[in-house]
Design a protein around this ligand. Structure first.
Ligand SMILES: NC(=O)c1ccc[n+]([C@@H]2O[C@H](COP(=O)([O-])OP(=O)(O)OC[C@H]3O[C@@H](n4cnc5c(N)ncnc54)[C@H](O)[C@@H]3O)[C@@H](O)[C@H]2O)c1
Length: 344
């Protein structure tokens, strides 16, 4: 076994405390050596909980910390580009939360920087590390006879806060930082499309390849937003992608793909329940419901990141996948504004 990758967590907020820290603690091939957050109270509390002596409050001192060889960036979206660029320039590998950046030009800039430095950058679109999603990808490639049509859905239901309250541990947070983030997220039309689009568009591309074009509509009723996109892939499959946020009911996420000789439906579970997606794969008159190993996708993604650093290979998803998701988010917004088809 090679030495574990020495990792620093940059941004110690909600997803870091709820998902990344417990995942990193269990993951193989990685050791948490430092945390960084502008809030000294949050950085100190998290460091204390995990028995770390290194709690940085600015990136300058983090880059000077020679024990750190890679970072997991879990700061808000608008800081991803700045933090990831600084990390790469300082010679550190990067696992950055989705979306890769706040804009397409920022994401393009990171593609250039990764190419120039040769360092590993993986995007935290962690659904790719769900066993059910991976099973569906293999089935689509081998058993479907070519994808012809699909529908994908990503629905945040109003029961989600109660589910989160049940599953999540208590989270350290500073009231000021919480208010600042709430002010940014108040632009819900922009925020919801980016934060949820980063997941669903990555899943569509992971299973079906690149998107050639889309048209889209948006409807808002008070806090409820829905985006409905009609998408054509470069391989010619035609499908719909629905993003609906704060609508009544339970959260739901999935995709159904119909091909020439088979069909597959994937229902993803709330990631914090650590269950593999439920898959129903139809071919030759039989439906197969594979028994898959449940697991923590946040743990699997950081283990994959560490393996890529130590053993080589390709990060999954990589910086170009992150850029492609950003393009699809912006294309959806443009298609809504113009009412026209957008070619990618
Ligand atoms: N993959 C997933 O399932 C998932 C789920 C939720 C959020 N996210 C992503 O994770 C990121 C963080 O989301 P969150 O809900 O945890 O946010 P949050 O507001 O709860 O936490 C963000 C933390 O980052 C810190 N921070 C701010 N600026 C910083 C900087 N320059 N350097 C270091 N730290 C900084 C804040 O003080 C705060 O502690 C977002 O990009 C979001 O899209 C991903």
């Amino acid at each position: 076994m090679s030495d574990p990758v020495r990792l620093a967590l940059v941004g110690c907020g909600r997803i870091a405390q709820v998902a990344h820290l417990p995942a990193v603690e269990k993951a193989e091939g990685v050791e948490l050596v430092a945390v960084c957050d502008p809030s000294a109270a949050v950085a100190g509390s998290v460091a204390g909980r995990y028995g770390l002596s290194a709690a940085h409050t600015d990136q300058g001192s983090l880059w000077g910390d020679g024990s750190v060889e890679a970072v997991l960036i879990a700061a808000p979206d608008r800081f991803h580009h700045g933090l990831a660029s600084e990390a790469l320039r300082a010679g550190r590998h990067v696992l950055v939360e989705k979306p890769l950046a706040a804009t397409v030009p920022e994401a393009g800039d990171l593609v250039e920087l990764v190419d120039r430095t040769g360092l590993t950058l993986q995007v935290g679109a962690m659904k790719r590390h769900d066993e059910g999603v991976r099973y569906a990808r293999r089935f689509i490639a081998e058993g479907l006879g070519g994808a012809r049509s699909f529908s994908a859905w990503y629905r945040i239901g109003d029961l989600r806060p109660g589910i989160e309250a049940t599953l999540f541990p208590p989270v350290f947070a500073e009231a000021g930082a919480r208010r600042r983030e709430a002010a940014v997220k108040a632009d819900r039309r922009r925020y919801l499309l980016a934060t949820h689009g980063a997941h669903v568009f990555d899943t569509v591309r992971f299973l079906l390849g690149d998107v050639a074009s889309l048209v889209a509509r948006h409807r808002q009723d008070d806090r409820d937003h829905v985006w409905q996109a009609l998408v054509t892939t470069t391989a010619g499959a035609v499908g719909t992608v629905t993003i609906a946020a704060d609508v009544p009911g339970v959260p739901a996420e999935g995709i159904e793909v119909l091909g020439a000789s088979g069909a597959v439906r994937v229902d993803l579970h709330f990631p914090f329940s650590r269950r593999a997606a439920t898959v129903r794969a139809y071919r030759d008159g039989a439906v197969v419901v594979p028994a898959l190993t449940d697991g923590d996708v946040y743990e699997r993604q950081v283990e994959a990141f560490a393996r890529t650093i130590r053993e080589g290979g390709h990060p999954d998803p990589d910086v170009r996948d992150g850029l492609a998701a950003m393009r699809l988010i912006e294309a959806t917004a443009t298609a809504v504004e113009t009412g026209s088809e957008v070619r990618l």
